[in-house]
Design a protein around this ligand. Structure first.
Ligand code: SF4
Ligand code: SF4
Length: 286
C-alpha cells in the first residue's frame, strides 16, 4: 500500500522538541494514517527489508548539502517508512538527517531508518558542483541555466546598487548556491556562452572516518569507477577501524558484465581484513 500525505515539514525553532505524542500542533490524522497505512517497513528492521528485497532508500544526493531541506525530507520520509536515508558525507548534513528522523519519531513511535553516507574514491558524476562567475555573464542573457536547474540552485540578479551610478558597471550577481547544487549537469549544455564549469571532488577519507566515529551513521556507500583498485584501497585503508561503527557497506561500481566478478573479488580481498559489519552489498549501475 502506498503511503501518501503532505505535511508542513518546516519545524520552526520554537516548536522543536515539542512535538511529542498528544501535541495538538501536529494533526492526529497524520499519526493515524502512518499507523494504519500498513507499510511493512514501518515496523520491520531495515536489515529485514534488505533480506526480503523490499529495501527502500531515500537518496538526498551525495552532493546535496542544504541542511534545511535535508532535515525536512528526512522527517517526511521517515514517516513514510523508508529503510534508509542516503546523504552527503558531511557532518552538518548527517546531523540534519538525524534531526529529521528524531522529529518524525516524536510524532509517531516508529523504528529508525538507517543513515547512509556516500563517498567516492576517484572522480565520479555524483561528486561534483557547477560553478560560474555571474559577473562574466552578458546582461542580456535569458538565464536558461536558472530555469533548467531542478534544485533551484542558481539565483541571478542584476546589481541595482552599481547600476544606480553607472550602467557600465551593471553586472549580474548571485550564481550557483553551492550547497543546493547536486551536480546533475543540466545547466552546462544550456549556457549559450559556455560559462559554466564543473568542479569535481573526492571525499576525504580521514574526515569520513571522523564522521563515522560520531556513531550516528549506520551505512556507507562507496562509489568506485573500477578502472583500478588502488584508489579504493587508499580510501578503505584511510577509513581504518571507523568501519566498525557500520551495519552496512555498499560498493557501487559501473556494470561491466563478467568483469564485475573479478573486480568484486579484488575489492573484497582489500576490504576483508577489516570488514567488521555483517552486511556487504554490491550495486552495479549501467
Ligand atoms: S549542476 Fe547545474 S542544474 Fe544541476 S543542480 Fe547544479 S546548478 Fe543546478
Ligand atoms: S546561461 Fe550562461 S551566460 Fe547565461 S546567466 Fe547562465 S551561466 Fe551566465
Amino acid at each position: 500500500m502506498a503511503l501518501s500525505f503532505s505535511i508542513n515539514a518546516a519545524i520552526r525553532p520554537q516548536y522543536q522538541g515539542k512535538v511529542g505524542h498528544g501535541n495538538k500542533r501536529f494533526p492526529d490524522s497524520i499519526r493515524n494514517l502512518v499507523k494504519t497505512a500498513g507499510v511493512p517497513s514501518l515496523v520491520s528492521a531495515p536489515q529485514e527489508s534488505l533480506k526480503k528485497g523490499n529495501w527502500v532508500k531515500l537518496i538526498c544526493g551525495a552532493s546535496f548539502e542544504d541542511v534545511v531541506d535535508i532535515r525536512n525530507l528526512s522527517l517526511v520520509y521517515t514517516l513514510a517508512g523508508v529503510d534508509c536515508i542516503d546523504c552527503a558525507a558531511d557532518a552538518a548534513v548527517v546531523t540534519a538527517v538525524n534531526e529529521g528522523i528524531e522529529v518524525a519519531r516524536e510524532i509517531v513511535n516508529i523504528r529508525r531508518p538507517w543513515v547512509m553516507i556516500s563517498v567516492n574514491d576517484d572522480e565520479d558524476l555524483h561528486f561534483r558542483k557547477a560553478e560560474f562567475d555571474p559577473e562574466d555573464c552578458p546582461l542580456d542573457c535569458s538565464k536558461p541555466c536558472e530555469i533548467v536547474c531542478p534544485a533551484n540552485a542558481i539565483l541571478l540578479q542584476k546589481d541595482k546598487s552599481t547600476a544606480k551610478f553607472s550602467s557600465d558597471t551593471n553586472t549580474l550577481h548571485g550564481g550557483v548556491i553551492t550547497e543546493r547544487c547536486y551536480g546533475c549537469g543540466r545547466c552546462i549544455p544550456v549556457c549559450p556562452y559556455d560559462k559554466i564549469r564543473v568542479i569535481t571532488y573526492v571525499r576525504d577519507a580521514v574526515a569520513t572516518a571522523e564522521l563515522l566515529k560520531r556513531n550516528d551513521v549506520d551505512a556507507i556507500e562507496i562509489h568506485t569507477n573500477g578502472r583500478q583498485t588502488v584508489p579504493f584501497k587508499d580510501l578503505w585503508d584511510g577509513l581504518g577501524d571507523s568501519t566498525g561503527y557500520l551495519k552496512l557497506v555498499a560498493v557501487s561500481l559501473p556494470y561491466a558484465g563478467n568483469f564485475n566478478l573479478s573486480l568484486m573479488n579484488e575489492i573484497y580481498s582489500i576490504m576483508e581484513p577489516h570488514l567488521n559489519c555483517l552486511n556487504l552489498c554490491w550495486m552495479a549501475a549501467q
